[in-house]
Design a binder for this molecule. Sequence first.
Ligand code: ADP
Ligand code: MG
Length: 323
Amino acid sequence: MPANKEIKKLEDLPGVGPKTAQKLRDAGIYTIEDLAMSSVNELVEKAGLGEETARKLIEIAEEIVGHGFKSAYEYLEERKNVEKITTGSKALDELLGGGVETQALIEAFGEFGSGKTQIGHQLAVNVQLPKEKGGLFTGNPVKVVYVDTEGTFRPERIKQMAEAVELNPEEVLKNIFYIKAFNSDHQINIVKKIPKLINEGNNIRLIVIDSITAHFRAEYVGRGTLAERQQKLNQHLRDLLKIATVYNLAVYVTNQVMAKPDTFGGFDIVQAVGGHVLAHAITYRIFLRKGKEKTRIARLIDAPHLPEREVVFRITDEGVRDV
Ligand code: ADP
Ligand code: MG
């Protein structure tokens, strides 16, 4: 990080008094990093700042955080903060370059029954494992936000998976904030409240949204509203990516599509997210399909620095495992 190391809180910024700082926090902006990644519109609409003030504040924050040009070396150094969560399958971990990364958004898409929800459950358990076992636990209980839109979350399944990796099932369940999203607006608002939860002292390292697209699909039917749907979903993804980056956490989302592997449904999440310049954001998409017996095939698609290839894993009573 460049100069101005002494500036840490919003209040330390020139022109930001306690009142403005509070307005920013009410709008979900807690840190200089948050501010640097905000848009003028966001500050005007949500924090009620004047346009000129908003522009200036973002500029100052950007300068402190150093969102201008940086050397590839600096970028590599920053990427060292990225941590990885095991999926429970070595093959699947390897496909993802070592596991599910923090500071990234990973999307699993595939047809009904392909294993998207099972992976979500497994990650919610595994993130709580000690570091040497593929989790992110280092002494402070690791928490998860699990947003369910389809009513397919099963605490009993979490318990089963927790026991299989020798974690205390009750503790594991207590560390998962479960919330059912009733519609897309509710879903969007839930995500906006996550920074508050974190700033209240919850060590949230994983967000699961199962599914990210179901409500959007159901609510925006017909061509007339397609653009609006896309725009709302894009913003939602940007909110998620921002939280992932600022708080060094992983985001796992699911997206149900029809079986045909060459037509991936109406949403292109990579394109939606990639269109926005977020220096840290690396996005992974995996396409899941059923294989023989209990096996599942995962194909990595469009990953920024990994080859496109396929691996096989399976879903057992214990959870996601190698074949
Ligand atoms: P999706 O979310 O992609 O629709 P799921 O993740 O719900 O699919 O996967 C459902 C599949 O997971 C089931 O068809 C079954 O094969 C497997 N599964 C779920 N629970 C168990 C379990 N306790 N033991 C073994 N397999 C299970
Ligand atoms: Mg599911």
